[in-house]
Ligand binder design. Structure first.
Ligand SMILES: C[S@@+](CC[C@H](N)C(=O)[O-])C[C@H]1O[C@@H](n2cnc3c(N)ncnc32)[C@H](O)[C@@H]1O
Length: 208
């Protein structure tokens, strides 16, 4: 069965998407978000992840349906999956129409988060969107002392997997910062007990 608790980003943003050229999912993981765009009008759909998953397996898991070769082939035709490290990827300038970065940036220090967000933003076409979701300091799982060591106020290290470090934002402060630097589509701003979601829109330039 599809995961009902997982928002369908395509449905959420369908009224706000005005360009359907290139969609990039940064750290696409198990591909749930990309799959939702299978029947969208995006001309190019790119997934970047340092770990490339088996799409057919994922498709079955995500949609609760069985593997089907035809579906697999059709599916792959619509997507380019790259085993790229997004920190080294050339996103271009004024190029992409939607970038999704979901549950990825909390693995990076705050300064790096801001740099990456700026790079994503600069790569958007005018009217393009940047969908971001990241864990925050009130996330009980990421701060659970049974599993995580505290390294400082907002930095937690997984006891079992020491390379897994969470740099958790303070959501109100982070939102304030985002609002001061970017134009947010406020109807998509959401803070849950686990994470913060916001959508940045690249505004059209006005000529004075
Ligand atoms: C917690 S998963 C989230 C996956 C997916 N976006 C989602 O919301 O279900 C984080 C993903 O980011 C990927 N990732 C982290 N750092 C990355 C990097 N520098 N370049 C590419 N992928 C990265 C990981 O491999 C992992 O698949």
């Amino acid at each position: 069965m599809p995961d009902a608790s997982r928002p369908n980003i395509m449905h959420q943003l369908q009224n706000d998407i005005i360009k359907t050229d290139t969609l990039i999912d940064v750290g696409y993981g198990d591909m749930h978000d990309l799959i939702d765009f299978e029947h969208s009008s995006f001309k190019t759909i790119i997934g970047l992840d340092t770990q490339v998953f088996q799409p057919f397996r994922v498709y079955r898991n995500a949609k609760g349906i069985n593997y089907d070769t035809q579906l697999h082939d059709q599916f792959l035709e619509r997507f380019t999956l790259s085993e790229d490290d997004f920190t080294e990827y050339d996103f271009g300038i004024n190029k992409n129409s939607l970038i999704i970065c979901r549950h990825v940036l909390h693995f990076y220090e705050d300064r790096a988060k801001l740099n990456y967000l700026q790079r994503f933003y600069l790569s958007l076409q005018e009217g393009g969107l940047l969908y971001v979701r990241l864990n925050h300091i009130f996330n009980k799982d990421n701060t659970d002392p049974d599993y995580m060591n505290i390294r400082n106020d907002r930095v937690f290290q997984n006891k079992a997997v020491p390379d897994d470090i969470r740099y958790l934002i303070e959501p109100d402060d982070f939102l304030k910062l985002m609002r001061s630097d970017y134009y947010l589509l406020e109807s998509h701003t959401e803070s849950t007990e686990y994470d913060l979601t916001f959508v940045i829109k690249k505004l059209q330039r006005t000529i004075n």
